[in-house]
Design a binder for this molecule. Structure first.
Ligand code: FA5
Ligand code: MG
Length: 429
């Protein structure tokens, strides 16, 4: 039986925080146009293309014009709040927890492997649907392709939702050991460990037959063992002792697949996905007899554990009381909260319609409240005798930097209610 979007959204929120291993759900079909970009460190203007992405790497960031990314067009669902994050590249700031962590992971790979891993941290986040999905075998009806989950610039171009989008092109360019760090974008829920822009590091290692033949293992088992050894070694390098566990997972691009969870703030938190790369990806990209492993780390999640950062929004604050606490190259620092301001909770109930999704609601809330929205949580859900379904959401508002006034919060909530009604076409109760 096909799940409705609403049921599905509820289910995935309750069951799992991750994205690419969701399987089928109802999906809106649309046509895909020609791929946008090739494997290059920058995006360039296509002669016919609507995307003009100027290379500004020499200035320390990629510059992209707003009109190229945010458009009033049904094939585009990128809000200004997301555009404003493009080019921020927290992973390239050596004094920022995300940059400090990236450098520490680089150190581990440099120290552990005699074959150096090639490092990329400025690949353009605008990629084609082919790069983001087709090249890594994401099925045509996979939920992650939907407009509900991914930011589309147009029907053939997305803001990458994972760094795996670069695997195929780098393989084709002949790289066999590589790390790709970058900002990735997803329409997602609102809470302390989810943010619509975050950073991933992809790792990829190819083995030739002579590497596993002597071991007596088959190629897949050899790669799986090496992968777990590599990531457990990385975890020890970063954390020393920390409680962690492996979970069997599913990704379209690896088999077998695993996720690593770390115990943090009294819960298990998923920090990475990984596995042995599907042969088809290797074959399609010029690696005929090899096996490979791949992983995708969530850098914010790891940095939260490492530096004791309680809320994912803090990575984006420019408040000096946050930024001044971190130092280039220093891993042992624990974040000291500068003060804790009280949250304010507002509930809202409405009758949902067929097209309602929680991600759409979260986009409205973020659009109005930005980083003042701390959490959006479904607290009640019922269907009446007429078959109408009601949802009640609790929105927590809290600033990381100051106390909010009652008037300010009431005004935010008034706007959220208004936009939920007009943009999502639901009936407020
Ligand atoms: C992926 O993105 C896969 N591409 C990872 C992978 C690569 C698997 C190579 C196999 C081989 P997933 O959707 O689970 O998988 O996301 C990976 C990590 O990103 C998660 O474990 C989590 O740490 C982080 N993450 C996911 N969504 C968010 C979010 N909204 N905010 C912050 N971090 C997130
Ligand atoms: Mg996951």
């Amino acid at each position: 039986m096909a799940l409705s979007i609403a049921q599905f959204t509820f289910f995935t929120r309750a069951a799992s925080s991750s994205f690419l291993h969701r399987t089928n759900a109802r999906f809106n079909h649309f046509t895909f146009s020609t791929p946008f970009s090739t494997a290059a460190a920058t995006c360039t203007r296509k002669k016919n293309g609507r995307l003009s992405v100027l290379s500004a790497l020499e200035l320390g960031g990629v510059k992209i014009a707003r009109d190229d990314v945010v458009r009033d067009d049904p094939t585009n669902n990128v809000p200004d709040s997301i555009f404003s994050k493009l080019g921020m590249q927290l992973h390239k700031r050596n004094q920022h927890p995300i940059g400090i962590l990236k450098n520490a992971i680089y150190e581990y790979f440099d120290a552990s492997y005699s074959t150096k891993f090639d490092k990329f941290d400025d690949l353009c986040p605008l990629v084609s649907v082919k790069q983001n999905f087709d090249d890594v075998l994401v099925p045509a009806d996979h939920i992650s392709r939907s407009y509900n989950d991914t930011y589309y610039v147009d029907s053939g171009t997305v803001l990458r939702c994972h760094t795996s989008a670069h695997q195929a092109e780098l393989l084709r360019d002949g790289h066999t050991h590589f790390l790709v760090t970058g900002d990735v974008y997803r329409r997602d829920s609102i809470d302390s460990t989810h943010y619509p822009v975050f950073h991933q590091m992809e790792g990829f290692r190819v083995f030739s037959p002579k590497e596993w033949e002597a071991s007596g293992l088959d190629g897949t088992s050899y790669a799986a063992e090496d992968l777990k050894k590599c990531l457990e070694g990385l975890a020890r390098h970063l954390f020393g002792a920390v409680e962690m566990r492996w979970i069997d997972a599913y990704f379209p691009f690896t088999n077998p697949s695993f996720e690593l969870e770390i115990y943090f703030q009294e819960k298990w938190m998923e920090v990475l996905g990984c596995g042995v790369t599907e042969q088809e990806i290797l074959r399609n990209n010029g690696q005929l007899d090899s096996v490979a492993w791949a992983f995708g780390l969530g850098l914010e999640r790891l940095a939260m554990v490492l530096f004791d950062i309680p809320d994912i929004r803090l990575f984006w604050t420019t408040d000096e009381r946050f930024t001044s606490q971190f130092t280039k190259g220093k891993m042992g620092i624990k974040f000291k909260p500068f003060s804790k301001f009280p949250p304010c909770y507002k509930d809202m109930s409405f009758w949902i319609n067929e097209s309602f999704t929680e991600n759409n609601l979260c986009e409205v809330v973020r659009g109005v409240a930005g980083d003042l929205a701390e959490e959006v949580q479904l607290i009640d859900n019922f269907t009446n005798k007429k078959g109408m379904t009601s949802h009640c959401y609790r929105i927590a508002y809290r600033s990381m930097e100051r106390s909010l006034t009652d008037e300010e919060i009431n005004e935010l909530q008034r706007k959220v209610r208004e936009q939920v009604e007009t943009k999502l076409n639901v009936e407020l109760r």
